[in-house]
Write a protein that binds this ligand. Structure first.
Ligand code: BG6
Length: 488
C-alpha cells in the first residue's frame, strides 16, 4: 500500500514583472493568468509581483477581471477561498494599451517598468500574440530600452511552419535577446508526468539496463483528444496534426524516452541530449505514414480540405541504443477518449518454462509492459505475469504494479503553465526548447509533411481511434489503446 504524500512546499520565486503581450486574449485568459493565480494562492508569488496585460485596445480592469474569473473557478473551489485573495490578486494586474506595430503606448510601459527596475528584478515579456508580431515586439522592446540582462522573452508555438520560417523567427528573436534569455514553451514539458519520465529513467537504476534494443521490442506514444478543431479551424487547417502536435509535443516525448542520460540535470545538458535524438531520427518513407481526417471536418471548416486531423508514424532512431526498435506515434482529434500514454513493450521471454507442449498462446504470453499515463489520471503501470493464487496447477495471469498519482499525492497536480511560468522567473531553461532543437524538429518533419501531402487522408468516424493502418502487417493492429480508467 502506498502512503499518501502531500506535494512538497513550493519555494518563492524572485519578484518579477510579467508583461504579457496579448494579455487579454485567449491564451492569457485560459492559461497564463489562471496559472499565475494558482501560484499566487499557493504563496509562491508575492504581492510584489506586477502583472501587466498589454493589449491593442484598452479594456477596463473590471471587465477583464469578470472575463478572467470563470477561468480561475477551479482555484476558488479548491481553496474555498474568501474574496479578499481575488481582490489581492486583482491589485497586481495593470492593463496597458500598446500597438506593437506603431509603438503607440510603449513609453508608458517603459515608464511603468522603470519605476521598479533594478538589476535583480526579472522582466518577463510573454508574447502571447501571433508569431508574425514577434519581430516587431522585440524591436519595440529594444527601442524602448527594455532589454537588459534580467529581461526574458517567452514565446510559444507555432514557431514557424517549416524550417526556413522557424529560422527567420529565431533570427528576429535573437537580434534583440540572447539565447539564454529566450524561453520557448512546449507546454508538454511542463506536465508533471512528462517530467516524471526523466525521474523514472534517471533517478532509478532498474530500468536503465533494460532501456535499449536488447530488451525493448517497441515504443508507442498515443495522444488522443476528443475535441475537434472548433473555432481554431482557420489556424488548424494550415497546420494539421503533423505541425500542431508532432513537430513539437510528440517529438519532445520521443526525445525524453530515447535520450541518453545527461551527466547533470542542467538546461544545456538536457537539451544537448534531446537534440542528439532529433538528429538521429530515421528519415521516413510513405509506408511509415498514415493520415486521417474525421468525418464532418470539412463541414466544420466550410470548405474542402486535405488537412490531417489524425496522423500515425512508424519512426526509428539510428543509434546503438535504439537501432531496430520501432517508435510508433499517433495523435488525433475527435477520437473516442482523451488520453495520452507512452507504452514501452519489452521483448518476449527467451524461453517459457511453464508452457505445456502444444498449448495455444494465452494471456500469460503477454510481454512485460511499462505504461506511462501522461493525462488524465496520471500514473505509471508495470505489467507483469504472476501466478494466479490457489492450490490448483501453476496458472499464470497478467497483473500490474500500479502507481496512480491521484491516489498517491493528496494535492492537485499543477497545470503545466504554472511550472513553466515559475521557471521563467527562476531563470531555469531546462524545460524550454533551445533554438537548435526547434530547427532539428523541423528538419525531420518537413519531409514527412511533404510525403503526407501526397497521401489522401482516410476519413474516420468520430469517437473511434482513427483510421486503420498497416503497421502490424498480417498480425493485425499494433496499437494498445488507452483506457478510460487506467486503473482498471
Ligand atoms: C496544443 C495544440 O498545442 O496542444 C492543440 O495546438 C491541442 O491542438 C493541445 O489540443 C493539446 O494540449 P493538452 O495539454 O490538452 O494535451
Amino acid at each position: 500500500m502506498l502512503m499518501e504524500k502531500s506535494i512538497p512546499q513550493t519555494a518563492l520565486v524572485p519578484d518579477s514583472d510579467y508583461i504579457i503581450f496579448g494579455g487579454t486574449g485567449d491564451l492569457a485568459l485560459r492559461k497564463i493568468f489562471p496559472a499565475l493565480f494558482w501560484r499566487f494562492c499557493d504563496g509562491q508569488l508575492t504581492d510584489k509581483v506586477r502583472l501587466i496585460a498589454v493589449a491593442r485596445n484598452s479594456l477596463p480592469l473590471d471587465t477583464f477581471l469578470d472575463k478572467l474569473r470563470p477561468f480561475c473557478e477551479d482555484a476558488f473551489s479548491t481553496y474555498d477561498m474568501d474574496e479578499s485573495l481575488w481582490a489581492d490578486f486583482a491589485r497586481l494586474i495593470t492593463i496597458m494599451p500598446i500597438d506593437i506595430m506603431s509603438g503607440k503606448g510603449g513609453t508608458e510601459l517603459a515608464a511603468f517598468i522603470a519605476e521598479k527596475k533594478d538589476d535583480a528584478r526579472p522582466a518577463i515579456y510573454y508574447l502571447a500574440v501571433a508569431p508574425a508580431l514577434f519581430g516587431s515586439a522585440c524591436q519595440l522592446l529594444s527601442e524602448l530600452d527594455l532589454v537588459w540582462p534580467q529581461s526574458r522573452l517567452v514565446v510559444e508555438k507555432p514557431l514557424g511552419h517549416d524550417y526556413v520560417s522557424a529560422e527567420q523567427i529565431n533570427s528576429q528573436l535573437k537580434s534583440v535577446f540572447s539565447e539564454d534569455q529566450i524561453y520557448r514553451i512546449d507546454h508538454y514539458l511542463g506536465k508533471e508526468t512528462v517530467q516524471n519520465l526523466m525521474a523514472l529513467r534517471f533517478a532509478n537504476v532498474i530500468f536503465e539496463s533494460q532501456w535499449n534494443n536488447n530488451s525493448i521490442d517497441h515504443v508507442q506514444i498515443s495522444v488522443a483528444e476528443t475535441v475537434g478543431v472548433g473555432d481554431r479551424a482557420a489556424y488548424y487547417d494550415k497546420a494539421g496534426a503533423l505541425r500542431d502536435m508532432v513537430q513539437n509535443h510528440i517529438l519532445q516525448l520521443v526525445c525524453l524516452v530515447a535520450m541518453e542520460p545527461p551527466s547533470h540535470f542542467t538546461a544545456d545538458q538536457v537539451r544537448d541530449e534531446k537534440l542528439r535524438v532529433l538528429q538521429a531520427l530515421r528519415p521516413l518513407t510513405k509506408e511509415d505514414i498514415v493520415t486521417g481526417q474525421y468525418q464532418d471536418y470539412e463541414h466544420e471548416l466550410d470548405g474542402s480540405s486535405q488537412t490531417e486531423t489524425y496522423v500515425a508514424l512508424r519512426m526509428g532512431i539510428e543509434n546503438w541504443r535504439w537501432a531496430g526498435v520501432p517508435f510508433y506515434i499517433r495523435t488525433g482529434k475527435k477520437l473516442s477518449l482523451r488520453a495520452s500514454e507512452i507504452v514501452i513493450t519489452f521483448k518476449p521471454k527467451p524461453h517459457d518454462i511453464f508452457k505445456k507442449a502444444g498449448a495455444p498462446a494465452g494471456e500469460d504470453d503477454l510481454p512485460n509492459r511499462l505504461v506511462i499515463r501522461l493525462q488524465p489520471q496520471e500514473g505509471l503501470k508495470l505489467q507483469l505475469i504472476s501466478k494466479a493464487p490457489g492450490p490448483g496447477g501453476m496458472r499464470l495471469f497478467p497483473s500490474e504494479l500500479n502507481l496512480s498519482f491521484n491516489d498517491t499525492f493528496s494535492a492537485r497536480l499543477p497545470d503545466a503553465y504554472e511550472r513553466l511560468l515559475m521557471d521563467t522567473a527562476r531563470g531555469n531553461q531546462t524545460l524550454f526548447m533551445r533554438h537548435d532543437e526547434v530547427l532539428a524538429a523541423w528538419a525531420f518533419i518537413d519531409p514527412v509533411i511533404s510525403l503526407a501531402s501526397e497521401l489522401a487522408p482516410s476519413l474516420y468516424r468520430q469517437g473511434t481511434f482513427g483510421p486503420a493502418d498497416h503497421f502490424g502487417g498480417e498480425d493485425g493492429s499494433i496499437w494498445i489503446d488507452p483506457s478510460e480508467d487506467p486503473g482498471q
